[in-house]
Design a binder for this molecule. Structure first.
Ligand code: PEP
Length: 255
């Protein structure tokens, strides 16, 4: 039985007041609801890195069920890399999860598969659970080549996991079709399920993929989340827009 992973990616949004609102929103739930959420899901917020330490201190002092993640990580561990943040620093700041290879990093910042793999390895080395993103552009979906595109993104990830003895370590894959991210046009539950099952079959060539969490991202809202998460291979969600609203995010964590 895979524990659900509900992760909110705030991107370049939010402020300290929003961090406090999220802690308050979860704290105001009845104890039984909080316990039910905690049993079924890891509920993770990925704010900009500057808020991690303070957010973590607030979570600890209030015994919140929230956990923290980083939106990105450096390919480097230390040295003359102005502006970069190493995985070990994120871990020290309270991040238990870290996103690698979000489509915005791959496209806007021209991140390569090789860099994504290095980021994943750095997260593993710092004991930060990697959430590695894959997703096809609309052209591939329309051309009927979405699976081969996703397989090509997965192979460097899976090969590195197998070659570096990481196959037993917990990680997650986020399937985020680019045409669904931030567009309001989610994949249908059937489209997402079919790709998640495919991703599991690819990863199973390199690891025991039964315990691998494969989460869906792309315009997830409280309205479409129930149907998506009822699918056999959808183990949670990576959420952008709806993760900025405490009420919606509580609803998503409670699905
Ligand atoms: C994302 O950025 O990872 C994402 C899925 O965004 P949205 O939920 O807004 O589509």
């Amino acid at each position: 039985m895979r524990k659900r992973l509900i992760a909110g990616n705030w991107k370049l949004n939010g402020n300290w007041a929003l961090c406090e609102q999220f802690v308050d929103a979860f704290a105001s739930l009845p104890a039984a609801s909080l316990e039910a959420i905690k049993q079924q899901a890891d509920v993770v917020i990925c704010p900009t890195a500057v808020y991690l330490s303070r957010f973590d201190a607030l979570i600890q002092s209030t015994s919140s069920i929230l956990q923290l993640g980083a939106q990105d990580v450096s390919t480097e561990s230390q040295g003359a890399y102005t502006g970069e943040i190493a995985a070990s620093m994120l871990a020290e700041s309270g991040a238990g999860f870290g996103i690698a290879g979000h489509s915005e990093r791959r496209h806007r910042f021209a991140e390569t598969d090789q860099q994504v793999v290095q980021k994943m390895q750095n997260l593993f080395a710092a004991n930060v659970l990697p959430i590695v993103c894959v997703g096809e552009p609309i052209e591939q979906r329309e051309a009927g080549s979405a699976e081969s595109f996703i397989e090509a993104q997965l192979l460097p990830i899976a090969t590195a996991v197998a070659e570096h003895g990481l196959a037993e370590r917990p990680m997650a894959i986020a399937y985020e079709p680019i045409w669904a991210v931030g567009t309001g046009k989610s994949a249908t539950p059937e489209q997402a399920q079919s790709m998640h099952a495919f991703i599991r079959s690819v990863m199973a060539r390199f690891m025991d993929a039964d315990s691998l969490r494969i989460i869906y991202g792309g315009s997830v809202t409280p309205e479409n989340a129930t149907a998506l998460m009822a699918m056999a291979d959808i183990d949670g969600a990576l959420i952008g827009g709806a993760s900025l609203d405490p009420e919606q995010f509580v609803a998503l964590a409670s699905v």
